[in-house]
Design a binder for this molecule. Structure first.
Ligand SMILES: Nc1nc2c(ncn2[C@@H]2O[C@H](COP(=O)(O)OP(=O)(O)OP(=O)(O)O)[C@@H](O)[C@H]2O)c(=O)[nH]1
Ligand SMILES: [Mg+2]
Length: 247
């Protein structure tokens, strides 16, 4: 991982947050230190723990840090969509999406961008499913679930990638424009599968870069069984929409 970001590359990192008060500022500092042309957008659904206030305060002295505070229609998917739209409005050439809990290390961004450029890809996934990638802290049960979920998604959606559920991704601007990211319909975490499916269907080249995924640094997971099942249902819906020509 010796890659550095091209100094003239305008890269915007989008971070959807819900209750990340203990992670958000240290993470933003690491991201902003990657290059002087990196900007960060935090999309917060009015977290009760004051995540937004921390970002707002820091952004007063850091012009490359932006807060998008959402007060209605909450959800990981809605927030992700709004973050992508904002990043495009800001003129980003490359957009990164990642979790705001340190499960995804900022150190992977330069080599992921290098892969995007070198191989002329439209999307690079931070992947636990290719050689060298792994789920470091998760037990056999959770890892088993991941393998099953990937098999299910690959089968249903016909997407040829190994880590369909990774929320750590480096997007080329043209890819987000082409899949009309502003029209994303998933309200929750299924946005991750929706956008992957749309990208694959558009015939856009997707690459995977091996990452070691670690457990969140601070705070609680907001992933519930209900959200997980809703995600599986969305995958079925995506397949159905594609079959009936509605996608
Ligand atoms: N804006 C917004 N962000 C959310 C919402 N739910 C989750 N997030 C953020 O989305 C990212 C991923 O959510 P996590 O809770 O870490 O879910 P996860 O990574 O699947 O679960 P863990 O492994 O337990 O951390 C984190 O940055 C969360 O703060 C939401 O409803 N709105
Ligand atoms: Mg997480």
């Amino acid at each position: 991982m010796t890659a550095v970001l091209p100094p003239d590359l305008h890269l915007v990192v989008t971070l959807p947050t819900y209750e990340e008060a203990d992670n958000i500022l240290p993470l933003c500092e690491e991201l902003l230190a990657l290059s002087p042309r990196v900007e960060v957008v935090v999309i917060d659904d009015a977290s009760p723990d004051g995540t937004a206030a921390l970002v707002e305060e820091r952004s007063r002295s850091e012009p490359r840090l932006h807060l998008l505070l959402r007060t209605e229609d909450p959800g990981r998917g809605r927030s992700g969509r709004d973050g992508f739209v904002r990043a495009l409005e800001m003129g980003a050439e490359v957009v990164v999406e990642m979790d705001a809990d340190f499960s995804h290390s900022p150190a992977y961004i330069p080599p992921m961008v290098a892969k995007l450029e070198r191989e002329e890809l439209g999307l690079v996934l931070g992947s636990r499913g290719v050689p060298g990638g792994q789920d470091a802290d998760r037990g056999a049960f959770r890892r088993g679930l991941t393998v099953l979920a990937n098999g299910y998604i690959r089968l249903l959606l016909g997407v040829g990638v190994r880590d369909c559920n990774s929320g750590f991704r480096v997007w080329r601007r043209s890819t987000l424009e082409r899949i009309e990211v502003g029209r994303t319909f998933s309200a929750g975490p299924a946005i991750v599968q929706e956008l992957l499916f749309k990208t694959a269907r558009a015939g856009i080249a997707i690459g995977e870069y091996p990452i070691t995924f670690v457990n969140r640094r601070a705070g609680e997971s907001t992933l519930t069984l209900r959200k997980l099942l809703a995600g599986y249902f969305t995958v079925l819906r995506l397949r159905w929409m594609a079959l009936s020509g509605k996608l």
